[in-house]
Write a protein that binds this ligand. Structure first.
Ligand SMILES: CCCCCCC/C=C/C(=O)SCCNC(=O)CCNC(=O)[C@H](O)C(C)(C)COP(=O)(O)OP(=O)(O)OC[C@H]1O[C@@H](n2cnc3c(N)ncnc32)[C@H](O)[C@@H]1OP(=O)(O)O
Length: 302
């Protein structure tokens, strides 16, 4: 409920023509990454959408610096942008990528799960569920152009796409590393991984909290393609052509056929999953583990 209200308010206030660059004003043209001008860009503070309606797709750039952690506001803005693209018949596909150098997404925002009250945890988890359901079941072709590291929730986002292109940089590890934080990936994270890499690889990866560097990620099927870093966007665009050449209704129905049973598991027990999350995350031992992990991240710097 709170999410629905929040989304309505944000839709009105944030989805405006978006123009990049200092001093830019809505409605004017601004420069876009990779050169050229972006006349039709729109979005919100944390999500830049570069549409190419003639080609039938848009690029959704995550820019929640420093690490694209999936805060409540950021999740909400992503959902709104996705909804806008899904409701426009000009778009058949999106490419998700990052505007934060070296980071695709650091996953769920640990600050949303630490030191807050149960009402907040419930609202946050509902938004996380919603993001996964919307991306996983989107009728659009969703391609991830993974141009940075993507642990845990960042990996889940990539796994929810139809196709993953990863930049070949040994630092750009991908995986569900929850156990390293002392937490447990919920069943729908696990199911999404199993559907991608199979049961055995998922079982080992989940228990050990493995983060796979590009060559390994390709070998186990976590990603579909590894390309030189400067080619990740162009490779994503090239592969899109193959997906868009398939009759849309047939591809969409097939996607639903493949994914709906997995999504239905969560849909059937959504409230119970929220209660479970709130109970789990509120435990003193879990709060302590998360605080320690955040502290370690800080200490790494000094
Ligand atoms: C029954 C239910 C069970 C619960 C299930 C919960 C499922 C959870 C899923 C998740 O996604 S949990 C999050 C997992 N993410 C990680 O483990 C990544 C942690 N971050 C990193 O490893 C690194 O930050 C990085 C992404 C590799 C980037 O490294 P870099 O050296 O470039 O930056 P840092 O100096 O480490 O970080 C900058 C800044 O950002 C803060 N930060 C990093 N990650 C997060 C995060 N996930 N949430 C919130 N904040 C994050 C970090 O603390 C730094 O902050 P400051 O020190 O500058 O204040």
């Amino acid at each position: 409920m709170a999410l629905a209200v929040g989304m309505r308010v944000l839709t009105r206030s944030l989805l405006r023509p978006w123009v990049r660059g200092p001093g830019a004003t809505p409605g004017r043209t601004g420069p876009v990454a990779g050169g050229g001008d972006c006349v039709r860009c729109f979005g919100s503070p944390r999500v830049l959408v570069e549409p190419d309606p003639a080609a039938g797709f848009a690029v959704m750039k995550m820019r929640n610096p420093p690490v694209n952690s999936l805060s409540l506001e950021f999740l909400t803005e992503m959902l709104i942008s996705l909804e806008k693209l899904e409701s426009d018949k000009a778009f058949h596909a999106i490419i998700i990528t990052s505007d934060c150098p070296g980071i695709f997404s650091a996953g769920l925002d640990l600050k949303e799960m630490c030191g807050r009250d149960p009402t907040h945890y419930a609202e946050y988890w509902k938004a996380v569920q919603e993001l996964w359901l919307r991306f996983y079941l989107s009728h659009l072709v969703v391609i991830s152009a993974i141009n940075g590291v993507s642990p845990a929730g960042g990996c889940l986002l990539a796994l929810s796409s139809d196709y993953r292109v990863l930049a070949d940089n040994p630092k750009y590890a991908i995986g569900l590393n929850e156990t390293l934080l002392g937490i447990v990936a919920p069943f729908w994270f696990k199911d999404t991984l199993v559907n991608t890499v199979g049961h055995r690889v998922a079982e080992r990866a989940l228990q050990l909290g493995l983060l796979f560097p590009p060559a390994e990620a390709l070998r186990v099927g976590m990603v579909d393609q590894v390309v030189p870093e400067d080619q990740v966007q162009s490779a994503a665009r090239s592969v899109l052509a193959q997906w868009l050449a398939i009759p849309g209704h047939a591809r969409q129905l097939t996607k639903t056929l493949m994914r709906k049973p997995t999504a239905d598991r969560l849909l059937k027990e959504r409230d119970a999953d929220i209660q479970n999350f709130v109970r789990f995350i509120s435990r003193d031992a879990i709060q302590k583990a998360l605080r320690t992990y955040l502290e370690k991240l800080k200490q790494k710097k000094s």
